[in-house]
Design a protein around this ligand. Sequence first.
Ligand SMILES: Cc1cc2nc3c(=O)[nH]c(=O)nc-3n(C[C@H](O)[C@H](O)[C@H](O)COP(=O)(O)OP(=O)(O)OC[C@H]3O[C@@H](n4cnc5c(N)ncnc54)[C@H](O)[C@@H]3O)c2cc1C
Ligand SMILES: NC(=O)c1ccc[n+]([C@@H]2O[C@H](COP(=O)([O-])OP(=O)(O)OC[C@H]3O[C@@H](n4cnc5c(N)ncnc54)[C@H](OP(=O)(O)O)[C@@H]3O)[C@@H](O)[C@H]2O)c1
Length: 247
Amino acid sequence: MTDWLRGEVVELKRWTGNLYSLRVDAQVQPFRAGQFNRLALDVDGERIGRPYSYVNPPDSSPLDFYFITVPDGPLTRRLIDLRPGDGVWLMPRAQGYFTLDEVRDADTLWLLATGTAIGPFLSILRTDEPWRRFGNVVLVHAVRTAPELAYGEVIDEIARAHPQRFRFIPFVSREYTDFALPGRIPQAITSGALELAAGLPLDAETSQVMICGNPDMVRDTSNVLIERGMKKNRRREPGHITTENYW
Ligand SMILES: Cc1cc2nc3c(=O)[nH]c(=O)nc-3n(C[C@H](O)[C@H](O)[C@H](O)COP(=O)(O)OP(=O)(O)OC[C@H]3O[C@@H](n4cnc5c(N)ncnc54)[C@H](O)[C@@H]3O)c2cc1C
Ligand SMILES: NC(=O)c1ccc[n+]([C@@H]2O[C@H](COP(=O)([O-])OP(=O)(O)OC[C@H]3O[C@@H](n4cnc5c(N)ncnc54)[C@H](OP(=O)(O)O)[C@@H]3O)[C@@H](O)[C@H]2O)c1
């Protein structure tokens, strides 16, 4: 039997028609930035739970989870009915290995996300660790349309705290903007557009890369990095590419 913990909803923030942040008060055990918990609701006598990354840094409250409603998604279409004071189930302990514990030191840490997978990176970037261990940090957020570039205030706060060492590079793939890179991350790595935008090399000598989100993006991006001599990071065989798929 899984032991669940009851949390209380503090806020459901709506960013767009299908992007939300759920803020919850709950007495969870300490976690590492990059880890995930599970959120669950009882539906017709059955508890439906799914993993969600922490967006908030450790030792902060409320807990913050960033999610997209997927068509006919059994849990997400119900999460958006929650109101402050409602209950939601969580696990007492976080899970997952998508943390800086698994990543070796390097000149540059590249954090590549699609959609809601920017969440774990915003948790990591609000701890001291990346700033102690890496010279530069590049955060890349790829979305379909500009309004999906959520958490701008948090990103601005990180940029203000680390003005020389932090770069934020948005990608908007399905509409024109005058500020984001067009297209997709793997193509921009192959063409050199991503390195040009960052003003930094992306290679095995200088870089560690964490990739999170859409599994097709994770695969395609890993492949172009492998083509340029980087290796997947495994516990027994350390490399340069650390990944987490959201589905
Ligand atoms: C380790 C881990 C961490 C995760 N963290 C998050 C998170 O922080 N935020 C979040 O929104 N989701 C996250 N997910 C996905 C999440 O657990 C659910 O799958 C998702 O919220 C949909 O739940 P559902 O029950 O409505 O539909 P499901 O039946 O779980 O999913 C239906 C389909 O929706 C699509 N889908 C699922 N998640 C996403 C997504 N995030 N973005 C785009 N399409 C998606 C996939 O095609 C999937 O097959 C994570 C998954 C894993 C494995
Ligand atoms: N975002 C929306 O407006 C919207 C609206 C309705 C429903 N949904 C549902 O939400 C889910 C998608 O959510 P999302 O928009 O956050 O995620 P997404 O489809 O993963 O798109 C996010 C970004 O990832 C890019 N991408 C997709 N596949 C890639 C690959 N193989 N390599 C590199 N980049 C890749 C996309 O580029 P491309 O644009 O080139 O694909 C986009 O820029 C789906 O279930 C969808 O049905 C989303």
